[in-house]
Structures are given as C-alpha cells and as structure tokens.
Design a protein. Sequence first.
Lengths: 921, 431, 172
Amino acid sequence: MPMINVDGQEIEVKKGENILEACLNAGLDLPYFCWHPSMGSIGSCRQCALVQYQNEEDTRGRIVMGCMTPASDGARFSLKAENATQFREAVVESLMLNHPHDCPVCAEGGECHLQDMTVMVGHRDRRYTGKKNTYRNQYLGPLIHHEMNRCIACYRCERYYRDYAGGKDLGAQASHDHLYFGRHEEGILESEFSGNLVEVCPTGVFTDKPFLKQYSRKWDLQSAPSICQGCAVGCNIAPGERYGKVKRVHNRYNHDVNGYFICDRGRFGSGYLNSDLRLDYAGIKNPDGSFFAVHQQQALNTAADWMAGKKVAAIGSPRASLEANYLLRELVGSKNFAPGFSDQEADLMDSIANILQTSMSINPSVKQIETADAILILGEDVTNTAPRVALALRQSVRNKAFELAEQMGLPPWQDAAIRNLAQDQRSPMTIVSAMNTRLDDVASACVSLAPDDIAAFGHAVAAALVGEITNNPQADAAAQMLKMAKNPLIVSGSSMAHQGVINSAAAVADALSQTTSMLSFCVPECNSLGLAMMVADGASSHLKALVKRAAKIDALIVLENDLYRRGDKALIDQLLAGGAKVITLDMYENGTLDQSDLVMAAASYAESQGTLVSSEGRAQRFYPVQSPASERLPSWEWLLRLAKATEHKKLSKIENFDQIVTACAKSSPLFTKLVDVAPLNSFRDRGSKIPRQTHRYSGRTAMNSGVSVHEPQQAQDHESPLSFSMEGLNRDQPASLTPFVWAPGWNSNQSLQKFQSEVDGPLKGGSSGVRLISSSQTGADISSQITQISLKPHQWHLVPMEQVHGSDELSAHTEEISELAGRGFIAIGKKVAEKLAVTEGDGLLVKQDDIECSLEVRILSRVAKNCIGYSAGYAEARGLVAGRLVSLQVDKTWQRSGPEMIASDKAAFQPVVGDGGTRNV
Amino acid sequence: MEKVLTRNIEPGKAPTDMTAYEANGGYQGLHKALTSMSSLECREVVSASNLRGRGGAGFPTGMKWSFVPMDDKCTPGHKYLVCNADEMEPGAFKDRLLMEYDPHQLIEGMILSAYCIGADLSYIFIRGEYVVAIDRLRQALKECYAKGYLGDNILGSGFKLDMYVHPSAGRYICGEETALINALEGKRANPRAKPPFPQVSGLWGRPTIVNNVETLCNIPHIIDRGADWFKSLGVGEDAGTKMFGVSGRVKTPGCWELPMGTPIREILENHAGGMQDGLQLKGFLPGGGSTDFLTHEHLDLAMDYNVIGKAGSRMGTGTMIILDDQTCPVGMVLNLIRFFAHESCGFCTPCRDGLPWTRQVLEDIEQGRGKTEDLDTLEYQINYIGAIGNTHCALAPGAMEPLQSALKYFRDDFERHISGGCCPYHSGKGA
Amino acid sequence: MSNAKMIQSDISSVLTLQEMAAIDHELEHVPYKSGAAIDALKIVQAERGWVSDESLQAIAKYLDMSAEELEGVATFYNLIYRRPVGEKVILFCDSVSCWISGCDSIKATISETLGVDYGETTEDNRYTLLPVPCLGACDRAPVMMVGDDLVTHLDTHKISEIFASSKSGDQS
C-alpha cells in the first residue's frame, strides 16, 4: 500500500485514488464542491486545494487540487499550511461574491454543502463591494425549482444530468461570471432522473418543488430507512416526515443497489401518501353502497364473524410486504390463496423465479450491472420498467472508455480527460425491442421486432453462441459481442408479457456458460419476485381458478390489490359480486375497494414495516417513518389481529413482527435467510434505539399545540430498533438501520462520506439487504417453443409501454406525477400514422374484443412491423391486454389537449431566455 | 541581417501566391524532406535547431513533438496537426502579418510538421476577424491541392495530408491549446486538464500537436537549411529570428523580423523610432498583455526567453506594449483586467469570480473611489489567482502579471489615485 | 415537451438548401456531427446575420444535438449573435494598445454619431456596435472592423467620414 504524508501524519492510501479521496478516507475535512464520488474529478471549483511539497526540505510547496492529484507513494502534503487554508477561504469568498444571502428562505438551508464549506474554511466577512449578478429563473416542470442566483458554477448539475444520466436538455450556457445552467427555453425537464439534481447541487439552485410547497428544514424532519415501492429495483430511500406528512423522499445510499441516485418516480411519487383520499378508518358497507366508519375492533369482529367456519379465500399483492402476504396465505391456507398477479403475470413471474434459481448466470445487483461490458436487452424499455437499472446501464456502456483510459494510465476519476479520450466510443449494447426505448441513444445496435420475434432473436443468439448456424446476422453479431466480453449481461423482463422473451433471455445467458455472465429481469412491482418465490411451491391458486370457484367462496380477503388492474372487468366483477363477503385491506380508494363489504384502512409503507424482495432477489426491510395516522394499521398487524380474532391455530401464537419473519423464513427454503435481512427488534446501538429524528429536531413537545395544548406521549415503536426520538446515536449502525446522514460540520447529504467505509464504498454498517437467490450449476430449464400469433389485416400486436410516470398504480395518484404522465396513449409508427391520417396528439379508438379505449396518438421513429404500443397501467387504457390483437380507428370526437394542460403553472412565470453570453449582444 | 520569415514580405508588396512563393525558394524544404528525408530525420533537425514555440510559452518545439506516439507505438487512427492562429493576446499582431502576406510559408511549415509527426489531418484555427488572412489561406490551400502538395501521396512519397481553415467564433481562451481543441470539436472552449497532454490525447481523443503560426513558419527554413544555420541566426542565447513588435505611443509602431536576442533598446529606438515627441517611456509589457511590466532599467536586456524571464517577465509573443508617462498605469491595468475577466471561460472559481472582483477594485481606484485597503485586496488577489496551479489554466495567472508588476513599479500611481480621490492622469482616457 | 414544436416542423422549412449543403460540407471532415456545431452556427449566421431560437433549434436537430447543447456552444462565443444585429457589425477594439492610443474618445464619437452604445443597433438598422478583444493591428491603433473591413488609424475625422450617411437623429 502506498503511503502519503499529510501534515506530518503518514496515511495509507489506495493505489490509484486521488488526494481528496485519500484525505476523506483518512477522516480529514478537506472541502470540495465539483468532485463527486460517482462522477469523478474535473478540477473546476478549486476548493480542495492543499499544498504539495517536493521533499522534506521543501518548506514552501505549491498549491495543488486534491481531486486532480494522484496519491503516489511518498508524496507530502499539507492541509493546514497557511497558504492552503488561505486559498480555500479565498475560493469560498469568491463563490460568495454573487451568492445571495437568502439562506433563511432557501430550501437548501440547513443541509447546504455551500454553508458547510463556508463555515469549514472560516470565511465570514464580506469585502467585495460590487453588485451581485442576478439571473432569471426557468420553469423546469412540476418537480424541480430553479433559483439561478444561488449558483456557484461547480458544473455538477450539467455533469450529472448530461454526462451521467444521459439527459439532453440541461447544460451550461454563456461564460465568464455570467454562466447559466438551465434549459434552452423553459419547460419540463425530460430526464426521468431529474430529481437527483436536488441532491447533486451543492446549494439551492435545484430544489425539490413539491417539498417547497410544504417545507420543513432537514433538522426538523423525522426519517426512517425505507425501500422505494415504485418498482422492483429496491432502491433505498429516506422519506422525511413532519406534522404527519411525508414531505420529501431523499436517496438513501446502498452501495450495491441505488448508490447516490434514485429515479423521479421514487423521489416524487410518494405524494399520494398525504392525499385526502387515503382511508383513515375501517368501514362497513351500507346497503346504499356507502361505507360507515367503524373502530378497528369492530371491523375485526365483523370479519371474524364472516370467516368463522366458512370457506375463505384470499388474494395477496405484489405491492404488499412479504410478511403481510405470508400471514394472509397462512390465514386461509395455501390452496385458498392467490398471489394477486394477473394470470399473465403469474405465469411470467413463475418462470422468472424459476429461471433465477436455476440459471448458471448471476442475477446482478445494480452495482454489478455497472460492470457489464456487453449488454443484450431483450424486450424491455428499461428506463421505464426499472429506471435505476437503466441509469446503471448508462454507466456500463462507459466501460469501454475506462478500458481506454487504463491503457493510457489515466485513473478512472479523471472524468473530463476520459470523456475527451473516448469521445463516443462505448461498450456494445444491443437493444431488441418492439419500439423506441429510452436507452437507444447509447445502444450500439437497435433491432425492432415484434415480441414473438424478439424471443426468436434471443434463441438465435443462444444458438449462435453454441456454434449453430442461424442465418441471422444481427443475432450472430449480438452473440459475438457477448462472447468477446468479460462481463456480458442479458436484460429482459416481464413487460412484453411474453413467456418466450423471458425464456430466450435465459437461453442466451446459459449458452454463455460463463460464471461471470449476468442475467437481470425487470419485474413489475416492488415485491413481485418475493411473492413469486412464496408461491413457488405451486400450492397456491391463480386468479382465474378463484373466479371459477367464486360461487363456493363465503368470504374473500383482498390485500392491497386493485383487482381491476389484474384482469378483465367481467371476470373480477364475477369474483367480487359472486356472493362472497369481500374484505379489503388497502390505503387508497379503488375499484376493488368500492366492491368490498368491509374495508380495513391499511397503513402506507411510510407507516409500517415489512420486507420486500427486489428483482435482484435482495430482501430488504422498510421501516415506518411515522406511526400510522387515525385508525390505520399496517396490513400485517390487521392480519395478525384477524388471526387472533379467528383463533387461527398457528398464527395466533405469533406476538410480534420478528416472529412473523421467523415463521416466514421457516415456511420455505427460499426464505431461510430472511432472518438476516435486518437486526431484531431487540437490537440496541450502544444501549439505545436508533433515533429517527436529528438531534436538532425542534418543537417536539410543541409542534401539535395548534391541535391540542396537552403534550401527547411521544409515539412508541415496539416493533423495530428505531425510535421516534432524537435520543441515541446515528452512526456506524447496521446499514439497514440508517435513517439519515449527518455528521458534525457536514449537514448536507455530503456527510454520507462519514458513513461510508471508504469513499464510494459500502456503508460502515455494510450494505443493507440479503440476497435470497444465488446462481446455480444446473442451468435453467426452459422451452424454446414460441407460440406465434397470426394477424388478420388491420390488426396489430398490442405491446405494453410502461411509463415511469403514469403506469404505476400508487405514484400516479401524486399530483405532479399525474401531470407528467399526461393522457393515456397509443404509440404508432410514422407509416401507420400516415395511413390513418393522424398526427401526434390526435385520438384513436383502440378495440380489443369487447374493450374499446380512446387514446392519444404518439408517433415513434422505431416500431416493429405490425406492432403498436399503449400506455400500460393508465386508467384510459384499462382492460387492454398485452399480446392480444387490436384494431384501430380514428376517434372523431377526440379533443386535442392544449399545451397548458401539461405545464399548468407556467403562466406564473415570466418567459425567460437564458442570459446570453455573447458580449453585449 | 538575413530575412527569413519575412523574406517575401515588404511594405507595399503584394502577398505571395504559389508562383511568387516558389520563385523565392518556396516549397524547397518540402521537396527536400519528402524526397530525401525520413520523418525521424526531419524531427531530429527540428530538435537540433533549438526552435522554441513562438506563441508565448517558448516550449522547445522538437521536444513537444517527441511526445507524439509514432509508428507502431500509436494506436490506429488519425493524428492531427493544428496551427494556432487565434492571435488574440492584447498587443499581439505578428501572426496576422505572416498569414496575410505569405500564406504559403505557413502551409509549407504545416505540411512539413505534419510529416514529422505523422499527422494526416491538419487545421488552421484562425480567429474569425482575420477575414483577409482566411481568404488568402484558403486560396493558397487550393493552389496546394492543385499542385499536389496536399491530398494523397504528396510528391509521390506516400505521405497524405488534408488541411482545413477553421475560423473561430471568437474567444481569447481558444488560444490555450486544449481550449482550442475543444473549440475545434464544436464544444465550449473550456481548457482541458493536463495530463493527458494533447500529444497523446487531443482532438477527438487522438494525438494532436498545436503550434503557433510563427513557430510553424520557421519549419521550412530549418528543414531546408539545417539546424546549425538556424541557430546561427540568433544573437543571444536563443536560436533563429523572431517577429518583434512595438505598439503604444512610439513614433513608428510596427512589427519586424529581428534576430533572437536583439536588445530591447534597439527594437524600441531603432525600429519603433523611440517615444512620440513630448512623451517619456514609463514602462512596457515585453511580450503582450499577459506579461509583467519592465522599465527603463531593462532596456538593454536581450529579447531572449531566459533573459526576460530572469528579469521577472516573459518574452511572450515578443510584441511589446509601451506605457508612456502621460498614460495612467492603473487605467492600463484596468483595461487588461477587464479584458481578461470578460474572456475567462468561467470554468474555475478563482478566474471566473476573482478577476471580476479585481476589476471592480481597479475601477474603484481609477475612478477615485479607492481605499488604502484596496491595495491589500489587490495583493491578496494576486496571491490567490496569480500562481500557475491555483487556476485551471494560465489565463488568470497571465492576467495578474501586469497587475503585480504595476504594483511593484508604479505603486505610487495607485496611491496617488487613492489619496487624491481621482485619476491624476487627466488624459481623457481612464476617467 | 419543448421540442415537440421542432419535432413536428420540418428542418427544411427553417434551414435553406444552401445552408444545409454548406453544413454537409463541414460534416465531411468531422467524426461526429456535433463537431460541426460552430461551423453550422456561423454558416447560418452568415446568411441571416444572427442565430434566432428557431435557427438554433433547426441546426441542433440537423446535427443530432439537443438545443441545450448547441445553446451552450452558441452563447460561449463572442462572434455568435443570439440577438438580431444590424446590416453591419462594428467590432470596436478597446484593448490595451488602442486604449493607449485614445480609443475611448473615438468610441464616444461613434456613439454620438450613431446614437448607439455597445450592444445596440442603430435605428436605421445599419450598424450594431460591439467591443472586440484586440484585433491584432496594434501598430495601426486605434482600429475597428466595420463588417469585414478593418479600419485603422482611427480619428474623429475618419469616423464622421465612414458614418456620414448614418447619423443619429439630431443632425441638422
């Protein structure tokens, strides 16, 4: 290990790291702005300056930038030398020339890296007497607020948005001290990852717009370690709550999963939690169809009555925790339990769970995906089905650049130099899909095929890999690309709703027969894989089978599931109106709830704890940020109480959450490791629970005095090692119990480095979660048979197009997300549009069997023959089934939407053009 | 003295075309090199000639070229030669002359240099305001293609080279070689961090050499007549001749080719004709707007890189700017700082925000609002911005050079501004 | 969403065939389309005097760049005009040698004669006055460019000669 000397202290450094990283790793406080652990160095802000000495005799030294200086053995530095400290102070002083003194009204205040660094360098008194530069702000959409006056021109936003996340519509404009970071013209930021600007910006230029409307300081937020419920990737999040509302969601670092970044659905999609449409009380249906509110016990008693001695069936949910699903399944018995997938989904999830257990490939973590050097994507528009994975894939294609850099001896943190060296050279990525995907811009090849043909393509690649002649040059090329790679990766998933596509992906992965090959599936919901693993024993039912038995069911319990999203309306009507008493546990009004006889108000993810299994097979625990409001209960608690009320033999012995986990772990060999997912309730860190509140949390005893002057008892958490309190330590505990990051002198999210074992490494408490699935030696058992659909004239294959904003059931209830989702759409190619004489924004009637939907036209540049896409999961497209044939006709009654329907609050802003850099022009 | 770079240039004489250039020995160097010398031999001659870069930094040209990966050490792909014709240094006006009046000399120099480093594509990155030079260079390129001096298989040697004129969209920082490369790539011209140096990863990530116009104009003569001949031209430590210029209120401002090492006094008095009547010399910037002031005591120094360097300034472009005793030194420095503050690319903090602050302080002093502590602020800024390494590139340290030397030599002028509450030079310029 | 306008409008309705041909010519020797960004901006500006939002969007589309990327480039350079300019741009050198030679008073004369300050265009739309970094003709200071012509050894007499026909409103 090389050693460097910093202020007389010998520091062991990692080969290839830079001095800034070395200093931070040694626990030294060296200020910085433009450097970012995942984006490397550019040497722009000049903040991490220190003095480097030639040798022991050299007492003068020279200023160098820590982030741009390799840590070479024997090098000598000083942080404390006067010229270094003066220089760093001078840098902050110059950044402050134009920075407004608006901290009291700035949303970044209290977690501002610029504030922290200003204090750290000791800058206090202003000497500059000139005027400050001011800028006009831009409307950037409903998610991000723009306040350019605060900009310190560190270039992080541009580097993140453009270089890292592949966004095109934000960048640096003008020059000298008139730099401007924004769009060409006002409008909604196009990237699905725009929200990370909030955390990337070291000050308050880009702030969380929905948070601004209900603002609290970071130190006043109560946070908990949580898991995003927006998709199956399992990103770790830290929601912040105050006054009973979840005010914002921040990224929570998990080295193996989301790292520093989450998608906009994850960050902004929790607005529905605070909605008035949430259920507060249990309710029993009146004869007129309305519900009357009842107390929890009354609801439980009623349910118990309906269940006693009767035939009870239950439907679980891929968006509910493993614990709740487990309890429900035990409560009614495996045979009477359906996991709550649509029938199509059930088969797909069954094969995916099976393939992942039997394939020789690794099911990679997001971090591992970033190591891929050749990628084949079969059928998925990953940005829309597993957004964070797509962000990782954008990094994977850069491995070519890192390879070139290594040949030249450039360290990987030399960001600008590596980009200049590699230019557009990327690791190969072949995307085989029915239509445009959001990763096409970094793909080396895009192949447009109908789902059946995607599957055939995959099998051709597999055949080519084992040396067969395929007569398919594109497949041969893809096979060659994978063969040449060190870490080949196949990505597929369930969004094509096509068994053959999934099988073909497995076939390619196994044909590679390398231990380093990776196979990743995008699956629909946060616990889809967990649920599929739970029912992998085959003992449970399908939805369709339950419908057949509907007449014989006396009571049906539905757990957090709107069944109308899972199957034909007629079918679900038959099930719910078949005479059985329907008991529903959910949190938000939906069609299933309307058809229920008894409703139990379920707590949201922010009010309960549970375990989810991500698409990586990683089981992770989420914890409540707040205790449930009103009469809500976590679903697992409803079900545990229901088990007690019905005197269920096995379940009534269970007393607490940990015991559910233990029981669930015993229920299947796949779940054995569940007990290791997170520490037990009894865990204490140095004698105390982990506090959810910062130690500067204010008004704890007074914040509710507007409601009652009596000081209520502080909420208690009896089920987890976390407390609703500021007492205790939040440092170095197991990663799964880290609710927020803060360190003395580091109030912003940059304090994360104090929690990491090393810069960009796992947290000191490890990486949260436990992988339940490992690769196998047997190889997946898969069929290469594909059932072809035959088309009649004027019919098209209907291909689902998942959308980050709009397709997910719950986040779509969030105002900002629904604004971005726009109207339900039908996506067609240019030729079809010409034939139908429609343009973008027109309406089409889409007919499938007896379903008829009126959808907005979107025109794509790349569409496979005979395919059309539709906005999956949108209310307007409800009932359409993927893979089946449809016919199209122009909707003559269609009203085109005006632009004001999208940018609703645009009118509140003056039209703005960025500060032009042209001299005086 | 033998005229080398300006042998085709005389007042009142028309610019040279192909015929005129060849008639006076033009393209002999090219013929000689491509028919009888290997590229290695050519490089060795240039190295041996001690030619130093004429753009300002004075880096030995042969050594710069030696970092370019050659033959099998180079990965397959293009190599580039770029001529830096972005003459924007305040007070510099030598390259314009060479390009407008003898475009073929530059082109021959570029073909030879490209041959030396194995480049197959070359660009003349020229400032957009030089419309005459752009026209004449383009015309000359046409003649070269017609003559077979450019294109495939030049003079049957198998050597291939294409050359383009790229007019800049205007920005002083483009004169910095890595910023220039970014500009050529169609990007914002922020300088790049070094290493990697352009010689290994430059334009489009490929090996690239960027040389100044005057540097390249020397190459045909060095190849044609040899290193020893070239070295013999200088009268001091450095080799060759140099374009020296004088501007400001002298009798005959202008630009002349003189031997390296010509004493400053000779340039100023013999060629520029001395100060205009009624004016005294107060100081001068020896090599353009980003070099330190020198004064009377330095007049007998030789214009050599090291000599001027030891005196505390730089030879820079070799074009001097003269400060007379009736021009306000504070106003002159303010003019320069204003220029540099505006031309900062905005990439790094000290330059982007430090220069406008410095400008503001100087404005206060010049306009009579200065305070005594402002001089401390200026010293502080010099210390903060002025050292190479403190900033991302050399722009801001260069900007500080006239300021720091003005404070050294003309401090009383600054103090008189502050104590008097106005500019003591009521020359109608600074106020 | 902001690009919707552009996606639907055909580039050819914004860029002329000559402009596209000239850009194509530049594209021949750059490995990436964006490499011709500055050339393309200059080509369009040469035709139209300046680069409007509409032109910028069309060029960006033609070069497979986003408008933001091209805007970043366009606003960086002094000689790309993102606002309308007059028939001729006066590039007035205010750098050090010209300043020593008294350019401030010449500038005052121009402003008085034409009724414009830096960044402004004369009412008759003939001239836009801009400052320019050192024009590299310091031996002939003070200097300026009017359109493509370099004018040297400026004095008040010369100024009134050049702008004789374009005086500000107060002339008698």
